[in-house]
Design a protein around this ligand. Structure first.
Ligand code: GLU
Length: 272
């Protein structure tokens, strides 16, 4: 059976862009009589809040959506992400990175890895790594992209609009798979859960198109199934700027409070 998911992070209130994404995912599921799955991506305990999580449920119900229960909350599955990471550690496909954000930014300025290329580094010499570990210095786990690409070989993914796309994860570089502070990171948690929840259709905005390259690579390394991808257009405000939580886009709650009806919003977004 097919399954499409909407996977918000409870780091703020949802806006029209999220409504569009959730409605698109629900529509993709409905068209193939599949499951519609809501997943709460709350691994970042420094930014996620229970009231935002409750608001996600309220907003989606107001939109007229219905989703499978129980809802998976990533914060309850740390051990599974840890196990996936261990498999990559065991095969030498990740390394410990002690660099601070500032050091990464400086390194990117002085040694850019090709236009648009992400940060790349190398494991520390064993002695230095042991010294830093003994000193209790915090570290992240980064993907060794060169080793990962060698191991996985050429890959593709299927995008609903573009067709077959060749995987090129160079924009992600040696991406962080386990953060210093929260012990896991977005890409790893997503591929583990898309597989666990048997997601056949990953529906999300164009802004996550690059993420798909590295996620497809991780799926291949971990032997996980390959879903189809639907990267939908991004919803803009009246001035043409992309809606974002950060820039204070009008929230669904605010729309509701000023009397906008769900049916009107659905119509505006093309889901009459
Ligand atoms: N949790 C991510 C976000 O809210 C989306 C993840 C995804 O769709 O893969 O931006």
């Amino acid at each position: 059976m097919s399954a499409a998911r909407f996977a918000p992070s409870p780091t703020g209130l949802l806006h029209k862009g999220h409504a569009f994404s959730a409605l698109t995912a629900s529509e993709v599921a409905r068209r193939s009589c599949g499951r519609f799955v809501l997943r709460i991506e709350d691994i970042d305990f420094t930014r996620c809040r229970p009231d935002f999580e409750a608001a996600i449920h309220d907003d989606l119900a107001w939109l007229g959506l219905d989703w499978e229960r129980p809802v998976l909350r990533q914060s309850e599955h740390g051990a599974d992400y840890g196990a996936a990471l261990e498999r990559l550690v065991g095969r030498g496909l990740v390394y410990r990175s002690f660099k601070t954000r500032k050091e990464v930014a400086v390194a990117m300025l002085s040694a850019p890895h090709g236009p648009g290329g992400g940060f790349r580094d190398a494991p520390l010499p064993a002695g230095e790594e042991a010294r830093r570990l003994a000193a209790g210095e915090p570290f992240a786990w980064r993907l060794n992209l060169a080793a990962a690409e060698r191991e996985a070989g050429p890959l593709t993914f299927e995008d609903a609009r573009r067709g077959v796309v060749a995987v090129d994860a160079s924009a992600a570089g040696d991406v962080v798979l386990a953060r210093k502070d929260v012990g896991v990171a977005y890409h790893l948690a997503v591929v583990v859960d898309d597989a666990r929840q048997e997601i056949t259709d990953v529906v999300r905005g164009e802004d996550l198109f690059e993420a798909t390259h590295v996620q497809r690579l991780l799926q291949a390394l971990l032997g996980l199934p390959e879903p189809r991808y639907h990267h939908h257009r991004l919803i803009a405000d009246a001035k043409g700027a992309r809606l974002a939580k950060r820039s204070g886009a009008e929230t669904l709650r605010a729309l509701r409070e000023r009397g906008v009806e769900a049916v009107a919003l659905r119509r505006e977004l093309g889901f009459a």
